[in-house]
Design a protein. Structure first.
Length: 384
């Protein structure tokens, strides 16, 4: 069975369709609105960048349109301001124990006044006490060595005295033997009763006595040498004792240095250690930040363009940098001899602008009208 597919004839009204070409859409592409949006955003960003750059140029430090801390107000030609901070003579003292060890106790509290010599932090000090005990034992041993050496000197002195007596006795024996020998020699010359043997015995006795004197004198020399040696031992023992005393004193100081004490009357501002903490030889931070009882002052920072308007004994008014309230009044007591990096700048600002330098002006506080604390940011109003 065969089947044939007969195409229906196209009518005159229907268009001719080609199956070899793709059908084109009758609407515009969808990506046209995306391109327009991207161009608009780019233009907007460009305009914003130009605006920000213009504002940055107008906000330069040398532009008079932007107020600065040291600028002179138009209505106040006799007063101007400078930034600064409250400090004290000598600054904050950073305290750290002289010895290493584990913290046993913290015996002070932050912001509570203490007296000079009062303990702040105490270390265990086990090693230091053991060294002190060892130094004490060494000192005692040196003392005993000195006593032994002095005893030997005394023994040598006694031996010298005994040998002196023995020499005197030996000399007496020599004298006695000479007398006997002389008597026998006279008998021999006078042909008196006697014999040669007796005379020879007397001569031998005299020689023995003389030899005994020589022997006793040799013993005396040995005793004197022993005394000299003992005296040198005494001198060495004394020197050794001095060294041991120094070591003992050092060990005692090490034990005493295990207690961190207040150097003067003042207040611990921050205690940065805790019991059980181990303190080493290379600390990264102090154990205690200590403020001595010294007068407060203000370190004002004057820009170079206003240096000519500052003079010593100039009257100033100190105001809080945040609230603007008056804290006190004082006068300029000294001006630095060099332009240094600003103390009020933070480390990040110093890294970004290393050439930010000001002239430091020391202001002595004569009267307080408000609370002032160390490290407080203030504004100093200079009155011409």
């Amino acid at each position: 069975m065969h089947a044939e597919i007969i195409d229906s004839p196209l009518t005159a009204s229907s268009p001719e369709v080609s199956f070899m070409e793709p059908i084109r859409p009758s609407t515009a592409p969808a990506r046209t609105w995306r391109v327009s949006l991207a161009v608009s955003l780019g233009a907007l960003l460009l305009v914003a960048s130009l605006v920000i750059a213009g504002l940055s140029i107008r906000a330069r430090p040398g532009d008079s349109s932007v107020p600065s801390p040291t600028a002179v107000p138009a209505s106040e030609s006799q007063a101007w301001y400078s930034l600064g901070k409250v400090d004290m003579e000598g600054g904050i003292t950073q305290l750290y124990p002289m010895q290493m060890g584990r913290v046993a106790s913290v015996e002070a509290r932050e912001n509570e006044p203490v007296k000079a010599g009062q303990p702040l932090v105490r270390l265990e000090g086990t090693v230091q006490r053991l060294k002190q005990r060892q130094a004490e034992m060494d000192w005692q041993g040196a003392q005993r060595e000195l006593a032994i050496a002095e005893a030997k000197v005394q023994e040598a002195s006694a031996a010298i005295a005994a040998q002196t007596i023995a020499i005197d006795a030996a000399l007496k024996n020599v004298e006695k033997a000479r007398i006997v020998q002389g008597k026998l020699q006279r008998f021999d010359k006078s042909d008196l009763v006697g014999d040669k043997e007796t005379l020879q015995i007397a001569e031998i006795t005299l020689e023995q006595a003389e030899l005994a004197v020589r022997g006793e004198r040799g013993k005396l020399a040995l005793a004197e040498a022993a005394k000299h040696t003992a005296e040198r031992y005494v001198a060495a023992a004394k020197i050794k004792i001095e060294g041991k005393e120094a070591q003992l004193e050092e060990a005692k100081n090490a034990v005493a240095e295990c207690v961190l004490r207040a150097p003067v009357d003042g207040t611990p501002l921050r205690i940065l250690v805790n019991p059980g903490q181990t303190l080493g030889a290379n600390p990264r931070q102090p154990a205690v930040q200590f403020a001595a009882e010294r007068p407060l002052m203000v370190r004002a920072e004057v820009e170079q363009e206003f240096v000519d308007r500052v003079r010593e004994s100039q009257h100033v008014v100190v105001e809080d940098h945040v609230t603007g309230k008056e804290c006190g009044q004082g006068k300029v007591v000294s001006l630095a001899r060099w332009f240094a990096p600003s103390r009020t700048n933070n480390p990040e600002a110093l890294q970004l602008n290393n050439d930010s330098r000001t002239l430091e002006c020391i202001v002595q506080i004569e009267s307080k009208t408000g609370e002032m604390r160390i490290g407080q940011r203030v504004r100093v109003r200079f009155v011409d």
